[in-house]
Design a protein around this ligand. Structure first.
Ligand code: SAM
Ligand code: SF4
Length: 326
């Protein structure tokens, strides 16, 4: 499909990637993401139906979005997710459609998702040791997660693995997760832990230097730099296997940032780091496509130049990653 429109921000970046968090709810309580204690979810009446989300997806595609990632919370908790994916695929089958999931429910859902048009998934695997995976997610999860990954690979979904390495918790599994991913021909990305007020305050993440130190103790590693618009910095082992490290505490990937985020409530977010967002909820519920389109353009126009993770800055958003979708 030849696109007529492009979304371009004030720093001349083309914005063509939208991440949609379809629910903030989750069946895990990952220590780095969610508080363990019960807390209040967004009231159901504030959540957008798939029909309303799809109205906005059509606007976004017409304006220039070419890549969509479904995320959450845990997206597989949302009923009829495959139908939502099919709506998008049927509207434009050239859209690069992907999903990020904890894979707990993936085994039973993978085929339906594939049939609906999904081709790529990222799965969070923070440990290959059941008690550690349990400790991190606050639930006995490993068996289901690994079965979900197997099923996805069997069906033909392209799978990437995400791991958040934490000192004293899973820092001794970096090589194991690298090997596991390599053996199954999946790219692994190590994500530096992003400090946030919802996480366990005792968590200490590992930075890219520490991660590379561990990997270099066993492998010859060469630096490939960035690949396209991804915030992931890529590296290669001497046998050609490529892995990534996502370093949110830096801002060198911001010059190529092409993404915006939509929450399940309809908040459109120009940058994960900042609180600023505009709601498209009323506009889509009223079927006011012109207003929805104007809000999209305004969010793109106000996209900040870069994050400020590396600085000691009080502007950092208090929004949870389970709400924005990471
Ligand atoms: N539930 C799905 C999952 O876990 O893959 C999708 C949502 S989750 C919020 C998306 C990604 O954000 C996951 O890869 C997760 O590891 C990452 N994430 C969540 N909190 C994080 C944090 N504090 N620092 C770094 N990554 C984080
Ligand atoms: Fe749930 Fe994903 Fe957050 Fe873990 S990282 S609590 S699986 S949303």
């Amino acid at each position: 499909m030849q696109r007529k429109s492009k979304l371009i921000d004030s720093y001349d970046r083309v914005v063509d990637y939208m991440r949609i968090s379809v629910t903030e709810r989750c069946n895990f309580r990952c220590q780095y993401c969610m508080p363990e204690k019960p807390f209040s979810w967004v009231p159901k009446e504030n959540l957008l139906s798939f029909e309303d989300l799809f109205k906005f997806v059509k606007v976004a595609i017409d304006e220039g979005i070419t890549k969509i990632r479904i995320t959450g919370g845990e997206p597989l908790l949302r009923e009829d997710l495959d139908e939502f994916i099919k709506m998008i695929y049927d509207y434009d089958d050239t859209i690069d459609l992907a999903m990020t999931t904890n894979a707990f429910l993936l085994k039973g859902a993978a085929q339906r998702l594939y049939d609906a048009g999904l081709r790529r998934i990222n799965v969070s695997v923070d440990s290959l040791q059941s008690p550690i995976a349990h400790l991190i997610a606050k639930k006995n999860v490993l068996k289901n997660v690994l079965e979900g990954v197997e099923e996805a690979l069997k069906i033909g979904l392209k799978v990437k693995i995400n791991m958040v390495p934490m000192k004293g918790i899973n820092d001794n599994e970096i090589l194991d997760i690298l090997n596991y991913s390599k053996k199954k021909n999946m790219t692994v990305r190590f994500i530096e832990y992003m400090e946030n007020i919802h996480a366990n305050t005792k968590i200490k993440g590992m930075n890219s230097e520490e991660l590379l130190h561990v990997i270099s103790s066993r492998h010859i590693v060469s630096d490939l730099g960035f690949d396209g618009h991804s915030p992931s910095h890529y590296y290669e082992l001497s046998d050609g296997y490529k892995f990534g490290i996502i370093e949110p505490h830096k801002d060198d990937f911001c010059t190529k940032c092409n993404r915006i985020r939509l929450t399940a409530e309809g908040n459109l977010i120009p940058c994960l780091y900042f609180d600023e967002a505009l709601s498209i909820r009323e506009a889509v519920r009223e079927g006011d496509i012109d207003t929805a389109s104007a809000i999209l353009k305004e969010v793109v126009r106000t996209k900040p130049e870069k994050n400020r993770w590396g600085e000691d800055d009080e502007n950092i958003s208090t929004r949870a990653f389970y709400e924005t979708g990471g």
